[in-house]
Design a protein around this ligand. Structure first.
Ligand code: FPP
Length: 263
């Protein structure tokens, strides 16, 4: 049982099965711009509040026993935004890690970043590299930022790696299976929890936007109307409760209870 304060300050109780907490939760944090617009603020104010929400959700996920929390912070397509917004987004990891690393260490959280990080500004890369180094000994939840990440590019890079291995006679084409592809994708960095159990997208949009296309084959998907800057720990608990109410079958059929023969 988890008790949380709701937005209206009342306390809500959410029953979760502690044995079935999703091991890997991935979140498409959407709606920052709309949140700001609604408050007549510049779009970047939404990103700033979104960063505060990242802190709270990280702590909650870690307390729940989630093993990997993957957050889509910047896509390979986000470079198309106005330069001022891109610059703000690129500066967020600097601000975030500057203040939050001690708390991450206290919570035993390890930082990982997956994406084409060589294309990030030097200051962003340094902030990320420092956070990774400072938390490298931590053994708890992995906070995995997808930064300059795109799933199709990731799959193409992976296939290029495998093609090179074939050319170098290290791999035969008929040896390529799901495990082989898993090995060359960026989520290998969070093995053995490569695939999310639960993918959440905020803000009411119902699409995947080039995020973990291979890895979400059997993930439970939850689309919530809450805008990311309004997303609270109680929302995460409610979404995990929804996840637990679902019946994951992986293409099989539900195990039925053996009928009792006692009459
Ligand atoms: C999508 O909302 C959000 C993003 C592109 C950026 C997400 C980044 C954060 C939440 C902060 C991340 C924090 C760290 C520490 C890196 P949108 O701008 O597309 O919103 P809209 O659809 O309402 O316009």
């Amino acid at each position: 049982m988890f008790k949380q304060k709701a937005a209206d300050d009342t306390t809500v109780e959410i029953k979760l099965d502690e044995e079935r907490i999703p091991k890997h939760v991935a979140i498409i944090m959407d709606g920052n711009g709309r949140w700001a617009q609604k408050k007549l603020l510049p779009r970047v104010a939404g990103h700033k509040q979104g960063m505060e929400v990242v802190k709270e959700i990280t702590k909650t996920a870690s307390d729940l026993g989630v093993k990997v929390l993957t957050l889509y912070a910047f896509s390979t397509e986000n470079w198309k935004r106005p330069a001022s917004e891109v610059n703000f987004l690129m500066d967020l990891p600097v601000k975030f890690f500057d203040k939050f690393v001690p708390e991450l260490i206290e919570k035993n959280v390890k930082v990982n970043v997956m994406g084409y990080t060589d294309q990030l500004p030097a200051s962003t890369r340094k902030a990320v590299d420092d956070a990774i180094a400072q938390t490298s000994q931590n053994t708890g939840m992995i906070l995995n930022f997808a930064l300059n990440y795109g799933s199709r590019a990731e799959i193409i890079s992976g296939i290029q790696t495998l093609a090179t291995e074939v050319l170098e006679n290290k791999l035969k084409p008929d040896e390529i299976d799901e495990k082989t592809l898993d090995r060359v994708l960026m989520t290998q960095q969070v093995a053995p929890y490569n695939d999310p159990d639960l993918l959440i997208r905020t803000s009411g949009e119902e699409r995947i936007s080039n995020f973990l296309l291979w890895q979400i084959a059997y993930s439970e998907l939850i689309f919530t109307d809450v805008l990311w800057p309004d997303y609270k720990p109680v929302n995460l608990l409610a979404d995990i409760a929804k996840y637990q109410a679902r019946d994951r079958r992986y293409g099989g059929i539900k195990e039925t209870k053996k009928e009792s023969t006692d009459k």
